[in-house]
Design a protein. Structure first.
Length: 191
């Protein structure tokens, strides 16, 4: 009654994809989603569009397309400045979003442009950029098809407990308030 798509283990991943997938499966099992979804849909054999789709993306590149799934998880790593910058400029050159400007005092991160991908942290040769915090950006309600809808950001930077709680609440909302055959995005728009 659900499917999980995830990125492959690639060097850009800033989260443990195996651990997140295991956590997501535990939430589905603990909420008895399969049985409740069968009852809600009134079938044991759901059509393709009735399967609840989850995407786990290891970084903001989002290869698994969390923006168009019922529930999306996107790895996030918030960079912060530390001491020891040599003004080499590697962070600014490596940033795919041009969110870093090298100043006389060191790098300045434009938070409006930064997607929290962590490339700058990995590329800094002296460790002057570090991870301030890492976690998950949670999205809900995306879908393609006849009436496409991009997922809505639910939580910008969640920890594991927040991820479990938000996914559990999302599944409960769908089961308790969703009409038979209604996708999560449709339900969110309706309520």
């Amino acid at each position: 009654m659900y499917s999980i798509e995830r990125c492959r283990n690639c060097p850009n991943s800033i989260i443990d994809l195996d651990a997140v997938e295991k956590l997501v499966k535990e939430v589905f099992e603990s909420t008895a989603f399969n049985q409740k979804q069968k009852t809600r849909l009134q079938t044991d054999r759901p059509m393709h569009h009735q399967i609840f789709r989850v995407a786990i993306a290891g970084c903001p590149n989002s290869c698994s397309q969390p923006q168009i799934k019922d529930f999306g998880i996107q790895g996030q790593l918030v960079p912060s400045l530390a001491e020891g910058c040599t003004l080499c400029g590697e962070c600014a050159r490596s940033c795919p979003d041009q969110a870093i400007e090298l100043m006389e005092s060191g790098p300045e991160i434009n938070r409006g442009l930064c997607l929290n991908c962590g490339v700058c942290v990995r590329k800094c040769p002296v460790g002057a950029l570090r991870s301030q915090k890492s976690g998950y950006r949670l999205l809900a309600g995306g879908k393609l098809g006849r009436r496409p809808r991009l997922a809505t950001v639910g939580i910008e930077l969640a920890d594991e407990d927040s991820l479990k709680k938000y996914l559990s609440e999302t599944l409960s909302l769908l089961i308790n308030r969703g009409n038979p055959g209604e996708r999560l995005g449709q339900l969110l728009d309706r309520i």
